[in-house]
Design a binder for this molecule. Structure first.
Ligand SMILES: Nc1ncnc2c1ncn2[C@@H]1O[C@H](COP(=O)(O)OP(=O)(O)OP(=O)(O)O)[C@@H](O)[C@H]1O
Length: 352
């Protein structure tokens, strides 16, 4: 199990993380979602030891994570970053060897992941000659090539075409099925809802919700029910637990408290005539996300607070989409895929 416990981080005066706690079980696919600037990248960088927290611990299998354990993790950083001048196949073999694979195993693993992620034809090309989407696939291969025990991926789906999205979703499901804890961040909430066992929502450096989507649905403040009936307006107004009701020609849309007994509502409607429809509305993750964020929004306007501009000295690497439901464009590669030293042969290393 991967456990993040009470992570805190400030950048100057800005509190980026304010006690981030969640855990990812073996075999669990965990979707980490949040508004821009909420703290996802900071959390992931701390998990991989690229950044030190001011407080808090990251544990794997019950022990604080050290650099040896981190070498067994697969990480896809938000800032991307492959060696632009290095050829795709050489790069993957090199990274696999850096993580301890023998030359032969590194070669096999590089070939396997280039096939799986559909970049095998580009094995001999320099990374800089690839389209951004294909660079992204190579970046994913780089995170996967050493058979990681844990996967931490910062917006792995951004910039992929629909085939690439499906391909990666299948790979992540497979890794999870083999018992790997997988955590990834994304602004594509429909995808996260479809794919993930558990979800964490971070807002302004705090976890505002975590659990399964069904669990989050069950704990929401209100439920929505559509009732198809010819009973006239006002029939549901006095039913205990009905917060509000909207009446139309085909029936009513009711807002219920979590404790309300929907069977009481059904009985009341049936007493007035036939009921043709009785449908609880399932909240989408996008709706749950907006509610969770609005509940924790200090200005009380129900809309997510805008991310303030970074202060002097802030990194520009947080560039991403402006909307939680939109996908981010991948950044140009700038740094190596791991926190390892730059290669010495056949490469000029990462550009600054
Ligand atoms: N190097 C830095 N220096 C100063 N402030 C920083 C730095 N990196 C991040 N921050 C700030 O910390 C907060 C969290 O940023 P972080 O990049 O972790 O958010 P995020 O959830 O990954 O955002 P996005 O979805 O936009 O990628 C933001 O307020 C950001 O401006």
């Amino acid at each position: 199990m991967l456990e993040l416990d009470g992570l805190r981080k400030r950048y100057g005066d800005r509190v980026a993380l304010d006690g981030v706690t969640f855990s990812v079980r073996p075999g669990e696919l965990y979707g980490f979602v949040g508004t821009n600037g909420a703290g996802k990248t900071t959390t992931m960088r701390i998990t991989l030891g690229v950044l030190e927290p001011d407080a808090g611990t990251v544990r794997y299998q019950g022990k604080p994570v050290d650099s040896a354990t981190r070498r067994t993790f697969g990480y896809m950083p938000e800032e991307r970053g492959l060696y632009p001048k290095m050829r795709v196949g050489d790069q993957l073999r090199y990274l696999a060897e850096l993580h301890g694979l023998s030359r032969g195993d590194a070669d096999k693993a590089a070939k396997y992941w280039m096939e799986r992620l559909s970049v095998a034809e580009r094995a001999g090309d320099r990374v800089e000659a690839l389209s951004l989407g294909n660079q992204q696939r190579v970046q994913l291969a780089a995170a996967l090539v050493h058979h990681p025990a844990v996967l931490v991926l910062d917006e792995p789906f951004s910039g992929l075409d629909p085939v690439g999205v499906d391909n990666l979703a299948e790979v992540l499901r497979e890794r999870a099925a083999e018992g790997v804890p997988v955590v990834f961040s994304s602004h594509q909430l429909e995808l996260v809802e479809r794919l993930c066992d558990s979800i964490g929502i971070i807002y302004r450096g705090r976890m505002v919700a975590t659990g399964t989507v069904d669990g989050l649905r069950a704990s929401r403040a209100e439920r929505v029910l559509t009732v198809g009936t010819e009973a006239g307006a006002g029939w549901a107004d006095r039913i205990p637990g009905v917060v509000s009701a909207e009446y139309g020609a085909d029936g009513a849309t009711l807002l219920l408290t979590p404790e309300a007994d929907d069977q009481v509502v059904l009985d009341a409607a049936r007493a007035l005539g036939p009921v043709r429809e009785f449908t609880p509305k399932r909240a989408s993750l996008a709706e749950l996300f907006r509610e969770a964020v609005a509940d924790h929004d200090g200005d009380g306007d129900g809309a997510p607070a805008a991310e303030p501009e970074p202060g002097p000295g802030a990194s520009a690497s947080g560039a991403a989409s402006a909307d939680p439901a939109a996908s981010a464009a991948p950044a140009a590669p700038t740094e190596p895929a791991t926190a390892e030293p730059a290669p010495t042969a056949d490469s000029e290393g990462p550009t600054a």
